[in-house]
Design a protein around this ligand. Structure first.
Ligand code: IPD
Ligand code: CA
Ligand code: CA
Length: 266
């Protein structure tokens, strides 16, 4: 499988940051038993990973802009290109010793995502996609699942928590979706949730209140794997709205209908 020079740069950055996260994850497991707990250490791990990604990307393409979760956005002198990076997606999993977290790197060109890399170091799973070139898990080409009806589907979602999101609205969405599907999952790392849709592991996914770095790489993976993505109204304003619905053509459409059903009166 041939990768472009740009995709190689992204892959190298993701793997290097992933190695740093793996080392730190080992330490987090030791810190679980300490009184203070590992949270300060995890913040440092997150910052270390972003520094590694940023340095690798800037070294290779010094003129591109950089939007990372952990630092101020840097506008590039090249106005057309911007990296969008989540150095550690699935922080709560990481903090709790759950091996479901990832580095996510996307490249935006003139407002369009043209390449994406998501690396889960604990599983040694590397997801890559470039516009027009298909989507891959390690060296294997991936496609979205082909199930046609929600009743056969396993659907992923995000769940709002203390201080985050609209709990009442989510409960209405969940009530409608769980009544239609074969299973629900809340895995805890949105970038990997989207990668799982691209790989056909999840048939569909929806979540509100996300940021561009949670979604950017996953969106191109799904599109290059033959899937569909939109905001919860079925429109294209995914970054602006902060919400996303994904699946194959039929499941994407069905999920949009179900998550938008009105609040039941009884
Ligand atoms: C979070 C994860 C989680 C999602 C949250 C995100 P973080 O990102 O993707 O699955 O439900 O909304 O903020 O904080 O772990 O990078
Ligand atoms: Ca994130
Ligand atoms: Ca993060």
């Amino acid at each position: 499988m041939a990768r472009s020079a740009l995709l190689n740069v992204m892959v190298q950055a993701a793997i290097k940051a992933g190695k740093s996260l793996s080392r730190d994850f080992g330490e987090v497991q030791n810190l679980q038993v300490s009184v203070k707990g590992p949270s300060d250490f995890v913040s440092q791990a997150d910052l270390r990973a972003e520094k590694i990604v940023r340095e690798e990307l800037i070294k290779a393409r010094p003129t591109y802009g950089f939007l990372g979760e952990e630092s101020q956005e840097v506008k590039g002198t090249d106005g057309a290109h911007r990296w969008i990076v989540d150095p550690l997606d699935g922080t709560t999993n990481f903090l709790h010793g759950i091996p479901q977290f990832a580095v996510s790197i996307a490249l935006e060109r003139n407002g369009e995502i043209v390449a994406g890399v998501i690396f889960n170091p604990a599983a040694d799973e590397l997801y890559t996609a470039e516009k027009g070139g298909g989507a891959f898990l390690n060296d294997r080409r991936i496609r979205v699942a082909s199930r046609r009806v929600l009743s056969d589907c396993v659907i992923g979602c995000g769940v709002p928590h203390l201080g985050r999101g609209n709990h009442g609205k989510f409960l209405v969405e969940l009530r409608h979706v769980m009544g239609e599907v074969a299973g629900m999952r809340r895995m805890g790392a949105a970038a990997l949730d989207l990668a799982y849709v691209a790989a056909g592991r999840l048939d569909g996914f929806w979540e509100a209140d996300l940021s561009p770095w949670d979604m950017a790489a996953g969106l191109i993976l799904i599109r290059e794997a033959g899937g569909f993505t939109s905001d919860m109204k079925g429109a294209t304003d995914i970054f602006g709205s902060g919400n996303v619905v994904a699946g194959n053509e039929l499941i994407h459409k069905a999920l949009i209908e179900v998550v938008n059903r009105p609040i039941p009166t009884r």
